[in-house]
Design a protein around this ligand. Sequence first.
Ligand code: NDP
Length: 247
Amino acid sequence: MSEIVRTAIVTGGSRGIGRAVCVALAGLGMNVVVNYAGSANAAQETVELCKEKGACAIAVQADVSTDEGTTALFDAAIKEFGRVDVLVNNAGITRDNLMMRISEEDFDAVINTNLKGAFLCAKKASRLMMKQRYGRIISISSVVGVRGNAGQANYAASKAGLIGMTKSLAKELGSRGVTANAVAPGFIDTDMTRALTDTVKESILSQIPMGSFGKPEDIGAAVAFLASEQAGYITGQVLCVDGGMAM
Ligand code: NDP
């Protein structure tokens, strides 16, 4: 019997952490569906990087915060590769402000992309994965979801929500061979963190025992492990990849 080639959907795979996750999964020989919201060229670059690893990959534009978007994403994955074995809920945004200044619109935007998007994808993935009796659902949370952060109540709520959802999914799906885990990055050098001021960056750096910021590849490696066949007995966990920041 020929070995099954696993297929992974990575939301927000065009840039930063999502791109590193796509490349790491391609390195494991998986087919990769690179989702993006608006950066078509960047998503295509990720596809090329996956192909350089010898994997098959496609880019799919879809807004994960909508049911239509996530339906189109899963339809495209099934049409191209016939199955979905790994889902990485990575797409995320920030709209930082102090609690008393967060508008309802900015609260909703962050929750809808970061948490509802993961819900819509995990719901579709779990149906397919339960039937297959195999699956890996990995959600990118944050150190901020574990510890909270002044100025990020909306973002922290979305990231803490992902942890609660992950543990619930782990309990629902464990008996069907489907694992659900979260990865909680600390400060990783991407477009999202490049927007922060030097003063904020210095203050964060002083809280990191390892004394340096992380790279997207650090998260890619952790996700690839949790997505692998070998991680089949790990579920409901939050793996902090943060240089010791959340301790
Ligand atoms: P970036 O801002 O660099 O990239 C965000 C990605 O999400 C892009 O690919 C973007 O697509 C995609 N995206 C945004 N909104 C949507 C949407 N509605 N539908 C589909 N895709 C969308 O972020 P990072 O790489 O830094 O972060 C990735 C994840 O890691 C996020 O969930 C973030 O919260 C989390 N994280 C990051 C940390 C860090 O230090 N960087 C720390 C902790 C967690 P497009 O390019 O098309 O806009």
